[in-house]
Write a protein of this length. Structure first.
Length: 173
């Protein structure tokens, strides 16, 4: 069965179930603010009632250090990316931020991708990187064609990729 057919069937099932339900449904209150031993540290930090509880979950000064020297498990062909995010670096929970350190080998490419929840700042430390980004629909050149923003970055140059934009990076060397 095709996934679109399955989705349509699920929608019909949900719609007919909703019609069959009584007009008032009472759901018992469940307190979900307290963590259980099986709750991940990331979830515990997100559920912390205040800063004191949050920081008590990160008791060691080392909890606030992320080491980009660690190898990426199963790197792709042409480079690797070590990412600090709320799962790999729980001290980032609540900061709405993350950071990644990548290496793009000669003639390597980071394939087209999107970040639906945040923007990205790309900075080159050594070598050269060609980047391309397509902002959202409706962003056009003067001639009416779709705008593709292409940059060439050298060491210590940076470019933004906006939230939801399609973008890629390529090492031409």
């Amino acid at each position: 069965m095709h996934s679109s057919t399955l989705f349509a069937s699920a929608a019909v099932l949900l719609a007919s179930t909703a019609v069959a339900l009584p007009s008032t449904v009472r759901v018992p209150y469940t307190n979900t603010t307290h963590s259980t031993p099986t709750t991940s540290l990331t979830k515990q930090l997100r559920l912390a009632d205040n800063a004191a509880e949050y920081f008590s979950l990160l008791p060691n000064n080392e909890d606030f250090i992320f080491n980009f020297n660690q190898p990426q498990p199963k790197p792709g062909k042409g480079g690797e990316l070590v990412a600090a995010n709320r799962v790999t670096f729980p001290a980032l929970v609540g900061t709405s931020s993350g950071m990644a350190l990548g290496r793009v080998d000669p003639c390597g490419m980071n394939t087209l991708h999107v970040h639906p929840r945040s923007a990205e700042l790309q900075m080159v430390i050594s070598g050269r990187l060609i980047t391309e980004m397509v902002p959202e629909n409706g962003i056009l050149n003067a001639d009416g064609s779709r705008r593709v923003i292409r940059t060439e970055l050298c060491p210590f140059m940076m470019t933004p990729f906006y939230q939801g934009s399609i973008h890629t990076q390529f090492n031409p060397e």
